[in-house]
Ligand binder design. Structure first.
Ligand SMILES: [Zn+2]
Length: 288
């Protein structure tokens, strides 16, 4: 956007590719877990899902921009300023206070949205596409169904308008969240002392991997993307997976078949018949 003095799209894409490549190199040098599947197939599928999301968002943005609906978080920030709406445009706070509050509030909103996608069945249908991946690495961070991406864009834009968050902060926040998502999904073996040092503030790969466990109790924990504090505050923090990082199974219990490896299956997955946890437990009991 000209008023920021740089192209937001170029900044976003450039930093994304740079961090993605950095994570790929780090994962190759210090892998945390042995992979279940070859990278090629999963990466092709996950990149395909991201491309589908990109096309969907572009189309929705094009339609809504004609209706003057500020769909992206950045547009929402610019419009809030132009129209003089949002808490920060009513209060006269020092800039650095606005930046700190906006960062914390936006990160908390994303935490709350993630929590909601696990608790509301309709949203879980979309979010379980992300969880159906059988391995977890940086490419899992881009594996979000197009409809979930559209939903999250609306949530973020609404939060930015209510806050009247500064545009530059919004761009920085999105960069940080995208970067931390690539980092905390990485199949990366951080030295334990480093994990311990970072974890009080940021979500580490070992912390987020617990969230991708096949065990429902573990899936419903560690919702944070950037800051790790919200899970500690709201009692949803689990330190380590019960089975250990090497032996834990990643993905969804009901979908350990080859479906999630395929792009078309993944895009259709929100509309597939659901298997309830109750039915799964029953099946397990019968097998024992
Ligand atoms: Zn999740």
């Amino acid at each position: 956007m000209e008023e920021l003095g740089f192209s937001e799209g170029a900044w976003r894409f450039g930093s994304f590719v740079a961090i993605f490549l950095a994570m790929m190199v780090l994962e190759a040098m210090w892998p945390r877990r042995a992979r279940r599947h070859s990278r090629i197939r999963r990466w092709a599928t996950n990149i395909g899902i991201m491309a589908s999301s990109y096309l969907t968002v572009s189309l929705v943005t094009l339609i809504l921009a004609n209706l003057l609906v500020p769909i992206t978080a950045l547009l929402a920030a610019i419009y809030a300023k132009q129209w003089g709406i949002g808490v920060f445009n009513w209060l006269d706070l020092p800039n650095f206070v606005e930046w700190i509050i906006a960062f914390l509030v936006l990160d908390f909103v994303i935490w709350g949205q993630h929590w909601a996608t696990h608790k509301i069945p309709l949203l879980w249908r979309l979010h379980r596409v992300h969880h159906s991946d059988h391995d977890i690495d940086a490419s899992t961070a881009i594996r979000f169904h197009p409809l979930e991406i559209v939903f999250s864009i609306f949530v973020k834009a609404a939060a930015v308008i209510i806050l009247g968050a500064p545009a530059v902060l919004v761009v920085i926040f999105e960069g940080v969240v995208n970067g931390t998502a690539l980092f905390n999904h990485a199949n990366l073996k951080l030295p334990l002392w480093l994990d311990k040092l970072i974890r009080p503030i940021l979500v580490t790969p070992d912390m987020h991997r617990v969230h991708h466990s096949i065990e429902v109790g573990e899936t419903n924990s560690n919702y944070g993307f950037a800051l790790s504090v919200w899970d500690r505050i709201f009692g949803t923090y689990i330190d380590q997976p019960a089975a250990g990082h090497d032996n834990m199974t990643i993905g969804l219990k009901a979908h350990q078949n080859e479906g999630p490896e395929h792009l078309w299956w993944s895009l259709r997955f929100p509309f597939a018949k659901t298997v309830s946890q109750k039915a799964l437990n029953k099946e397990e009991e019968q097998n024992q």
